[in-house]
Design a protein around this ligand. Structure first.
Ligand SMILES: [Zn+2]
Length: 79
């Protein structure tokens, strides 16, 4: 069995996150954000089924997602 199918939010590194694509946009969630929304034990390949992550703009569940590193910080220090 492919190990990625058993990955959970807890398996992400602290600077990793998920990009989730719905009908209208791609949203990026950091590890802490995901943990708060769906919990640390949520499986990554099923995460699109979690209603907490459905898009509020188009109403679609995000069926496409991928792991991203170095999630842009909301309060980045520049220079
Ligand atoms: Zn959308």
């Amino acid at each position: 069995m492919d190990r990625t199918f058993t990955y959970t939010v807890a398996d992400l590194a602290s600077d990793e996150g998920l990009a989730l694509r719905c009908d209208c946009r791609v949203r990026t969630f950091g590890r802490a954000e995901l943990a708060a929304l769906v919990g640390c034990d949520a499986r990554l390949h099923l995460i699109g089924l979690r209603r907490e992550l459905w898009c509020r703009r188009c109403g679609e569940a995000p069926f496409t997602g991928w792991v991203v590193t170095a999630v842009p910080r909301r309060y980045a220090h520049l220079g």
